[in-house]
Design a protein around this ligand. Sequence first.
Ligand SMILES: *Cc1c(COP(=O)(O)O)cnc(C)c1O
Length: 451
Amino acid sequence: MSDNDNTGNAGNIDTSGNTPPDADPSFGFATRAIHAGARPDAVTGARSTPIYQTTAYVFEDVDHAADLFNLQTFGFIYSRLTNPTVAVLEERIANLEGGRACVCSASGHAAQFLTFFTLLEPGDEFIASRNLYGGSITQFGISFKKLGWTCHFVDPRDPENFRAALTPRCKAIFVEQLANPGAVVVDVEPIADIAHAAGIPLIVDNTVPSPYLFRPFDWGADLIVHSTTKFLSGHGNAMGGALVESGHFDWAQNDKFPSMTKPDPAYHDLTFYETFGDFGFTTKARAVALRDFGPSLSPANAFYTITGIETLPLRMQRHTENAQAVAEFLEAHPAVAWVSYPGLKSSPYRGLAKKYLPVGCGSVFTFGLKGGFEAGVKLVESVNLFSHLANLGDTRSLIIHPASTTHRQLSEAQQIAAGAGPDVIRLSVGIESVEDLIRDLDTGLRSATAD
Ligand SMILES: *Cc1c(COP(=O)(O)O)cnc(C)c1O
């Protein structure tokens, strides 16, 4: 497989005629995490992907320029659309997800916006799991309303809830895997069947598992979104997002997706599905939504993310091992009422986790304190190694008490429904020495329960 024939991504620069293992699907995950999409720099031989801190690219001649603008050839025009460093990251993420093509964006929320702008018309609707990252609930429930898009939230624990919420103007189903905040394992396969029976795509937010732990396309998903800010970049130092398409969804099976199947006046009447086929969706997201709204990923953040992904398999193994040990420690602790981690025997998600997450259940989960709200506040203030902040997927261990921070605007009933009641603590377990993490939590729990 060559690096850029018809991937829909601009691809990177061909050098010597050697074919490095940049996209060979027979290589293992760890090999592709390092090599997919990347080859030595054509001019300098630089082995790791350089930061192309550049905005614009010279045309060979007028015909070449015309072909690029007509989307008749792939290449670089302007970094709002494509950039050589970003293109390597796009190929790498598409490869790791087993997808056809990918478009990156400035943040995870930007990737969600690009996805829904490409899917929906004003007046359209979609269904989302109610167990989502808090920012996604606000984006879908409030900000998208201003664009004329309505989101219906349902409890994901019974897949039939999605079928029951379908309406004629529903154009997609959206779920998060290992969903926030309590690591809810969503039964993706039957939900994909329900979406497909309705002629609409299933979108999976795969941020928390990362493609190392979960592969949504294997279970029927059609589109994947990522906040690469989290485990993919992995070090708490680069914002970013990604939209990946499987290439298997038939956009022409019904008349629900005029944006894919009708001539587009925003692109001189090009019909994206007819012209680009199995990478038509990401091409449209790039050529129209990214072009016209501009939430592009910076080349420097693409570089940090490419570098982060090279150690994704090692980091996810350690994150998962540490989380398992911390969850077992907490479950046995007298100050702790319950632990919601699918790697525990006590978890109601054990069976689903075995099916969908055979390698491990990640490192983001919640637990409840017998001492309630007060104990939660004391705990986040008494730990030292765990950082008290609103993020996840860092090398560092992170802790938050949602009821006093991210969920403080909600009523207690809403907090409980969101899995963020007054007693709940969320951890994102890092890759430090696990004994140190356990000692830090033990000290914190002691001060949280002392009076
Ligand atoms: C962080 C996050 C997002 C939003 O991504 P940003 O990069 O912060 O815009 C979406 N979904 C999940 C699961 C997240 O953790």
